[in-house]
Design a protein around this ligand. Structure first.
Ligand SMILES: [Zn+2]
Length: 260
């Protein structure tokens, strides 16, 4: 019996549920949804409702199912390269049982902070650069610390001297100010709609939990607290609990290309 017609039909029907546009690992993307009454952040563009979605860091090309449109989108792996650093203080690399517990507790705290966003604020996705310094380590790099393979760098490092100003890139609420094991003096801002940004290794934070921040206001100063090789800002952007690539927000026409 000839089985080809059945096989061809199957391939065709699978393809019809995959959106042709290709999205990149770590990017923010938008898809048109039929109504404004869809969960998440919806931006109205003329008569179109665009739902903003995060593409997670991917280890290989993947089709991601988007419930709001009942469709898979194609997301592509990006090779961001690797970074090798040396940390001389061995106790910061192979943790003592006490430090391991501290790190686990801090990870849980961050999870709790990121679990409840203020939906009375809505993010504009128009970012101001948080520090003037150049990029020193990009998002997505596979890290090796003292030759050991570690987690992928899911943040952006911006260069700075101790005391350089760090400014809020967008309006938001301060939801965490704390000295953490890895990231030192850390501030997390809630921009609403499940968009959060985090500022690590600060010399000093000058905001308090609960403060409302306007774009461009100073939240603290660059430092080298926590596990670092020198002063810089380690900037993380979380959207819907996914760490996305902060570098995209520094492009001048970011919002325009997101919503096209
Ligand atoms: Zn970093």
């Amino acid at each position: 019996m000839n089985r080809w017609p059945v096989l061809l039909l199957l391939v065709f029907s699978l393809d019809s549920y995959v959106k042709e546009e290709i999205f990149l690992s770590g990017d923010l993307a938008s898809v048109s949804v039929p109504s404004e009454n869809v969960n998440g952040v919806i931006i109205k563009v003329k008569n179109d409702n665009k739902k903003i979605i995060p593409i997670p860091y991917l280890y290989e090309d993947k089709n991601i199912f988007i419930e709001a449109i009942n469709t898979y989108i194609k997301a592509k792996y990006v090779n961001y390269g690797e970074s090798r650093i040396t940390i001389k203080n061995e106790s910061l690399v192979n943790l003592s049982p006490k430090d391991s517990i501290r790190v686990q507790e801090e990870a849980k705290l961050i999870e709790t902070v990121l679990a409840s966003s203020d939906f009375s604020i809505m993010p504009s996705f128009e970012f101001i650069r948080p520090v003037a310094g150049q990029i020193t380590s990009r998002y997505g790099k596979q890290r090796y610390i003292n030759g050991q393979k570690r987690s992928v760098h899911l943040a952006l490092d911006l260069d700075g001297e101790i005391g350089d100003k760090i400014i809020a890139p967008m309006k938001g609420k301060v939801v965490l100010v704390k000295d953490l094991f890895y990231t030192g003096n850390t501030v997390i801002l809630d921009h609403g709609g499940n968009l959060f940004t985090s500022y690590a290794h600060m010399n000093e934070a000058i905001v308090s939990e609960g403060d409302f921040i306007i774009p461009g206001s100073i939240i603290g100063y660059v430092g080298s607290t926590g596990r670092v090789t020198g002063p810089h800002l380690h900037w993380t952007v979380y959207f819907e609990n996914i760490r996305i690539n902060p570098e995209q927000f520094l492009n001048e026409n970011f919002l325009e290309s997101l919503l096209q």
